[in-house]
Design a protein around this ligand. Structure first.
Ligand SMILES: [Fe+2]
Ligand SMILES: [Fe+2]
Length: 307
């Protein structure tokens, strides 16, 4: 899938913005799988550039301040036990996609489009490059559905408890985590049970046994697993760890991974390029692709899911 970014503005060394007039071949980077990475997001900045001056930058930094202070081991335990009851609502995957249309992720510096656009752009881009991996297409479609936690029917959680990068709790916060300075104010930071390399975990215990900061990733993982999905473990891995940038971008926390995690991480790294770089102003024809995704939903999920 080729994404064309409309008239992006880049900042030069002197801090001035200059319009990019290079042709498409010069502004795209081709990766394996034939996927082209545009050099700028829909605001004309580099992807995931948290330091760039933009209207959203201040809001994103404040988001991570509140997130890092409040995501504690006890908080995650409490949220997991509340949400694994799956007693909120019954609905199909597609109904959830439509519900998610009402939600905008404030932590994302790259996007201000409705979520369903992002789900379909990601899924369609992967489908083009990996046509035989239908489980991966469906994984892409559903990976962000947990953001319904922002919706009143799901408790209307604050943004810091739903979106943004995730990280393990119960062991030391890694240096590579975005805006890590705010962990100094997290009560776990000074708790000797939780602030060592292994904390409450052991070497190669497997990420399944690690508590992650609470948000849409872990919630959707619980929903898929508890509803008995037949998606392969790589699909569940992608859902649970797609916002775990310290792992899949920086290589942190590998001492907690088991052999299956190592295999699944390869798929996550493929997936992540599409999750990140297919965000654009390009629209997908929802009605046209809907029958294909409905068939995948029927294949891998029961008709109605408990949420
Ligand atoms: Fe996500
Ligand atoms: Fe996403």
């Amino acid at each position: 899938m080729t994404i064309i970014v409309d008239q992006p503005q880049f900042e030069n060394e002197n801090g001035r913005h200059e319009e990019v007039t290079k042709n498409r071949a010069e502004t795209e980077l081709v990766l394996d799988g034939g996927f082209c990475i545009p050099h700028a997001n829909s605001f004309g900045h580099n992807f995931r550039d948290y330091d760039v001056e933009s209207e959203r930058q201040q809001g994103v930094e404040n988001f991570y301040r509140v997130n890092h202070i409040n995501q504690t081991f006890d908080f995650v335990k409490k949220m997991r036990s509340e949400y694994e009851k799956l007693d909120k609502i019954e609905m199909s995957i597609w109904e959830c996609c439509e519900l998610l249309n009402q939600v905008v992720d404030e932590s994302d510096p790259d996007l201000d489009e409705p979520q369903i656009e992002h789900l379909l752009q990601t899924a369609e881009a992967i489908r083009k490059d990996y046509p035989d991996q239908d489980w991966l297409h469906l994984t892409a479609l559903i990976h962000d559905l947990g953001k319904v936690l922002l919706h009143p029917s799901f408790g209307e959680l604050p943004q810091w408890a739903v979106v943004g990068d995730t990280f393990p709790v119960g062991c030391a916060f890694d240096e590579s985590i975005v805006h890590k300075k705010y962990f100094l104010q997290n009560p776990d930071y000074n708790n000797s049970s939780y602030n060592t390399k292994y904390g409450v975990y052991s070497q190669n215990c497997g990420l399944d046994n690690v508590m992650m900061s609470w948000g849409h990733d872990d919630y959707m993982y619980l929903v898929a697993k508890e509803n008995g999905t037949t998606l392969p473990s790589a699909g569940l891995f992608i859902i649970r760890y797609h916002s775990f940038y310290a792992l899949h971008r920086s290589g942190a926390y590998k001492h907690l991974m088991n052999e299956e995690d190592v295999e699944n991480l390869k798929w996550l790294q493929i997936f992540n390029k599409y999750d990140l770089y297919s965000k654009s102003k390009v629209r997908v024809d929802v009605e046209k692709v809907k029958p294909y995704y409905e068939s995948l939903i029927n294949k891998y999920f029961p008709a109605k899911l408990r949420w």
